[in-house]
Design a protein around this ligand. Structure first.
Ligand SMILES: Cc1cc2nc3c(=O)[nH]c(=O)nc-3n(C[C@H](O)[C@H](O)[C@H](O)COP(=O)(O)O)c2cc1C
Length: 183
């Protein structure tokens, strides 16, 4: 059993659900300092061959702070047309430089790049703040732009199409193993 089994399934499901243009939106959970769960919608920018998922995020945001302090996360994807759910859990680290970050910066829309030049997320509103609406790809990558890199060690897939529903859990120990479980 190799990681590519669930990676191939997730990629195929994304393709079938979202096509090539629509964002792959999931809910990313992190853990705060009080040990409480925090969750928010994010766009999955890539699923790597080795089972690593990428999310672009602001270095000043709570989720990045949480990932730095408690480096674990889980993303849940609900694919309504397919009637399938994927939950991808693992270690969550921050990439503040490197090829992967450069690539995602280049692939963002001008409007999405602009967000990283807005005032700190979650901070108080200031009337004199600058809020650009477009930032060109040639602009130097700001320090606010980081990638969250989720390296999966557990993947839970639920398929609601069958009777009974089908649920499988992949776990990475030395190698990946999958088992069928009660839904
Ligand atoms: C559809 C959708 C997609 C989003 N994608 C992202 C994303 O890829 N990265 C991100 O940092 N925030 C994204 N957001 C905003 C987050 O949900 C959240 O409001 C923001 O990142 C602040 O969260 P935090 O304070 O927990 O860090 C998205 C929101 C929506 C509604």
């Amino acid at each position: 059993m190799s990681v590519s089994d669930w990676v191939a399934e997730l990629r195929e499901a994304f393709e079938a659900e979202f096509g090539t243009e629509s964002p792959r939106i999931g809910a990313l959970a992190t853990v705060d300092d009080a040990g409480r769960p925090r969750v928010r919608s994010v766009v999955c920018r890539n699923v790597e061959e080795d089972g690593t998922l990428w999310v672009a995020s602001d270095a000043r945001s709570e989720k990045n702070r949480e990932a730095r302090a408690h480096p674990f996360g889980e993303i849940a994807f609900w694919l309504p047309t397919l009637r399938e759910q994927f939950r991808v859990a693992g270690s969550l680290r921050i990439s503040a430089m490197g090829d992967r970050r450069d690539r995602v910066w280049a692939e963002l829309s001008d409007a999405s790049r602009a967000l990283f030049f807005w005032p700190p997320p979650g901070g108080p509103i200031r009337e004199d703040a600058e809020l650009p609406d477009r930032v060109d790809v040639s602009t130097q990558i700001p320090g606010t732009f980081e990638l969250l890199v989720l390296k999966a060690d557990r993947v839970d897939h639920l398929d609601l199409n069958e009777h009974p529903h089908r649920r499988r859990i992949w776990r990475a120990d030395r190698s990946w193993a999958v088992r069928e479980v009660n839904p």
